[in-house]
Design a protein around this ligand. Structure first.
Ligand code: BES
Ligand code: MN
Ligand code: ZN
Length: 466
């Protein structure tokens, strides 16, 4: 799909011409008013659509009236959702060219219009032997060209991440992620098992032992001259989480190909940095492996030594993400960057707490966390802060090692957070738990079921605004 910015949408010969209507107000478009709309009791409630045939009297075949709800309630996030609705409707109707005439919106809608259209246009049909060609080719809008262009790039990064999350684990292996990373055209180093051993990554390597897939530690670097800031973004890269010897029940394992969604977000973000050209040095870091119960698998009771020398007693092999992140955090801290931000499908507890509506966020720096939450709100995501009180560490105490990898069931997202914090040294750090938001089992708002690219739009906006 291509978004075309034009001076006059009314002159476009489109399959569908979309006009907006606020609740209980007459549609602003004179064109739509030519056709009886009151007759059907269409009120313009938020997200409702009303289709008008034009009987060949206009340039376009049909007019789609898009309800935007009460004018005073409309905000950029709501607008994005409404645009997505119109796009989905147009896709159902197999339209190829869609023109939007948005009037009376009290703010610059360029960004959220583009995001809504691009996110709604997404499909993952590469494994369908018969593909439906219901994609929209062109969307016309009067908007700010520069903002549209930037937003398109961000939506492309989300698409990259969504594709990776949706890819079955049989294909999206650690080796494959490493290859994809190497193909981004950025400076990239992939460490294999032996090199990770030399670096002392005992926690990360333990997790990968039960799988036939080789673990890969991936470091992608985007650099500029005189960067304003240097940051590292880490993505949890468990290509499949079976739970390991503490095997998950079948129903919990169903979506576990998505356990590399943090890594997918990192790769998606890194993939567009050259194009967006922020004056920030960005390190993308992924400790990629599978958590499987093969005969070499790590076991409950094992004691692992992480890169920083800290020892961990394995209490549950299904709490594997924090083990891989522990070594990735140590590695990132040694880079001497200003900030480290990790994104991880880390805990079912976070999903229980916040559902699919928000990612959990924790960190050791109030300002950084605040800034990320605020950026998420503007980008169309939700981050919700969870506490990192030291008391959460009580249940992680071990009799024979420095800590255990799991503690109490209660407060699981924060407990995982304080575990991670033990591997963070002298750097501003935020942890984003995307367990509930990275992968949808049912469609939600502008998204179809499957990968969402959680974290991508917020992090890109954050990086662009540094
Ligand atoms: N990958 C899971 C977390 C998860 C759950 C992500 C549901 C997405 C949806 C993680 O590795 C895990 O298994 N966590 C355990 C931790 C427990 C053993 C302390 C969990 O949340 O149950
Ligand atoms: Mn797990
Ligand atoms: Zn996991």
């Amino acid at each position: 799909m291509e978004i075309k910015v034009v001076e006059n949408v009314k002159a476009i010969n489109a399959d569908i011409f979309v006009v907006n209507m606020f609740e209980n107000e007459k549609t602003l478009s004179e064109l739509a008013n030519h056709y009886a709309i009151e007759e059907d009791n269409f009120k313009g409630k938020f997200g409702e659509t009303y289709l008008l045939p034009t009987y060949g009297k206009e340039l376009y075949k049909k007019i789609l009236v898009l309800g935007l709800g009460k004018k005073e309630d409309l905000c950029p996030n709501k607008l994005r959702e409404a645009v997505a609705k119109a796009i989905k409707k147009a896709m159902q109707m197999e339209a190829k060219k869609v023109a939007f005439s948005l009037e009376g919106i009290g703010f610059d809608y360029s960004e959220q219009f583009t995001m809504g259209a691009m996110i709604a246009d997404y499909k993952f049909d590469k494994y369908k032997s018969e593909k439906k060609d219901n994609g929209i080719k062109e969307v016309y809008i009067e908007a700010n060209q520069e903002i549209v262009k930037k937003s398109e790039i961000i939506a492309e990064a989300m698409k990259f991440a969504r594709n990776l999350s949706n890819e079955p684990a049989q294909f999206a292996t650690p080796t494959e992620l490493a290859e994809i990373a190497c193909d981004l055209g950025l400076e990239t180093k992939v460490y294999d098992r032996e090199e990770c051993e030399k670096m002392g990554m005992g926690a990360f390597l333990a997790v990968g032992k039960g799988s036939i897939q080789e673990p890969k530690f991936i470091h992608i670097k985007y650099s500029v001259n005189n960067p304003k800031k240097r940051i590292a973004i880490i993505g949890k890269g468990i290509c499949f989480d079976s739970g390991g010897l503490d095997l998950k029940p079948a129903s919990s394992m169903l979506t576990m190909k998505d356990d590399m969604s943090g890594a997918a977000a990192v790769i998606g973000i890194m993939s567009v940095l050259k194009e967006l050209n922020p004056q920030v040095e960005v390190h993308g870091i992924i400790a990629a492996c599978e958590n499987m119960p093969g005969c070499k698998a790590y076991k409950p009771g094992d004691i692992l030594t992480a890169k920083n020398g800290k020892t961990i007693e394995v209490d549950n092999t299904d709490a594997e993400g924090r083990l891989t992140l522990a070594d990735a955090l140590c590695y990132a801290c040694e880079l001497g960057v200003d900030e480290v931000i990790d994104m991880a499908t880390l805990t079912g507890a976070c999903m229980v707490a916040l559902g699919t509506q928000a990612s959990g966020i924790m960190g050791n720096d109030k300002e950084l966390v605040k800034r990320l939450i605020e950026t998420a709100n503007r980008s169309g995501e939700r981050f919700w802060e969870l506490p990192l009180w030291e008391e959460y560490f009580d249940s992680l105490k071990s009799d024979i090692a420095d800590m255990k990898n799991t503690g109490s069931r209660w407060g699981g997202a924060s407990t995982a957070g304080v575990f991670l914090q033990k591997f963070v040294k002298d750097v501003k750090w935020a942890h984003i738990d995307i367990a509930g938001t990275a992968f949808l089992e049912k469609p939600q708002k502008e998204f179809i079921a499957g990968g969402t690219g959680a974290g991508v739009r917020t992090m890109l906006k954050y990086i662009m605004e540094i």
